[in-house]
Design a protein around this ligand. Structure first.
Ligand SMILES: [Zn+2]
Length: 74
């Protein structure tokens, strides 16, 4: 993915950047993509050690209201 906003795959209009909001006990956060399958953890509910974690950017198309998410590597 480039630094430019992608075009909508349905109507080819330029999409606007945003993110999916997660509300946790620790506050508000941006969604992340994690590689592999979910592993249970007693302390955190999900084990993330050894997994790659990338913040997800979600784009919205104003005309058709569709959304597409991307997780570019840092
Ligand atoms: Zn669209």
């Amino acid at each position: 993915m480039t630094d430019r906003a992608p075009e909508c795959s349905k109507c080819s209009r330029t999409m606007e950047p945003g993110f999916v909001l997660e509300q946790t006990h620790g506050g508000l956060a941006q969604s992340s993509w994690v590689d592999g399958v979910p592993e249970r953890s007693v302390w955190t509910r999900l084990k993330l050690t050894g997994h790659q974690r990338v913040v997800v950017t979600t784009f919205r198309c104003p005309p058709c209201r569709g959304v597409e998410s991307y997780a570019p590597l840092a």
